[in-house]
Design a protein around this ligand. Structure first.
Ligand code: R5P
Length: 314
């Protein structure tokens, strides 16, 4: 038997941490997280964690560098305080999109972050909708990788939409879009897109029937919303009846909110892996947030009890 369960929160998404702790019926661990005048981060764990099975909840979202560094410092503090096992719960794993050397002399940041989390002392990782599944293999410690799909499927079912088609916004996402379509008895379509620059996307082709259909685009990240806006434009031009999107991580950077506001999207359904910015909360009535707290809480419970986590998705 492992030591007692303790759940700590970083400062990236305290609301989600609180919900997870409530699900687990445990108070959040006491910690001081503050800044030195020069911006360096100070962490002091304010309770005994010797021999404990500790979970730190911290998505590495904007500001990615600060949130990542805070997570590393928390892991280090807990390790030095003799926690028995430390699980980094990273609902949104930042730096994931640089996952290969796609041009000369660039970093593979998804692997670098895996290395530094491990070096800091993480015993295991609990994540959700990594940008690509292969990131699991960038770690040499156990990784439990969750999917937000069941939360989306439950909500979409409640909408009772007919003529429903699930759309993958790129060819790489077809497998997960097909899984969602199957659970909803919906048909499948996909967009063949090309990234022109970091910010600009060109739609080359639409595969599958979209004319006269109610469409839901399924993706992992909405960052600048460039991919989403281009996809919506192409789908509308091809006769879509309505268009919504179910996207796990609402990064919503730069022009994202303006693009969503000016696009004919009916609803952008996201999760609370990342907290919505004040701008997003204020200006977009089109955004619906679903919570993944129960899913993460249940996974933590199962990891603690040495039970299957994959059976959550059967
Ligand atoms: C691409 O492979 C991802 O799944 C997302 O579609 C992409 O990262 C979204 O970025 P943006 O919103 O900036 O177009």
């Amino acid at each position: 038997m492992r030591g007692p369960l303790k759940v700590f929160s970083g400062t990236a998404n305290p609301e989600l941490s609180k919900k997870i702790a409530d699900y687990l019926n445990t108070p959040l661990g006491q910690a001081d997280i503050s800044r030195f005048p020069d911006g360096e981060i100070f962490v002091k764990i304010k309770e005994n964690v010797r021999g404990c099975d500790v979970y730190i909840i911290q998505p590495t979202c904007n500001s990615a560098n600060d949130n990542l560094m805070e997570l590393l410092i928390m892991i280090d503090a807990l390790k030095r305080a003799s926690a028995e096992r430390i699980t980094a719960v990273v609902p949104y794993y930042g730096y994931a999109r640089q996952d290969r050397k796609d041009q000369p002399r660039v970093s593979i940041t998804a692997k670098l972050v895996a290395n530094i989390l491990t070096a800091a002392g993480a015993s295991r990782i609990l994540g959700m909708d990594f940008h690509v599944d292969q990131i699991q293999g960038f770690f040499d410690i156990p990784v439990d990788h969750l999917y937000a799909a069941p939360v989306f499927v439950e909500y979409i079912k409640s909408l009772n939409m007919d003529n429903l088609t699930i759309v993958s916004p790129d060819t790489g996402g077809i497998k997960s879009a097909r899984g969602v379509a199957k659970q909803l008895n919906a048909s499948l379509a996909a967009i063949d897109k090309r990234r022109v620059t970091g910010k600009d996307i060109e739609v080359l082709n639409i595969m599958g029937e979209v004319k006269g259909r109610n469409l839901i685009i399924v993706d992992d990240i909405v960052s600048t919303a460039g991919s989403l806006a281009e996809a919506i434009k192409a789908l509308k031009e091809n006769g879509a009846l309505s268009i919504s999107a179910a996207i796990t991580h609402p990064v919503l950077a730069g022009p994202a909110i303006a693009r969503i506001e000016s696009s004919p999207i009916d609803e952008l359904i996201v999760t609370d892996t990342i907290p919505l910015s004040e701008e997003a909360k204020k200006s977009s009535s089109k955004i619906k947030v679903l919570s993944v707290s129960n899913l993460l809480g249940e996974a933590i419970k199962r990891i603690k009890n040495n039970e299957s986590v994959s059976s959550l998705f059967e």
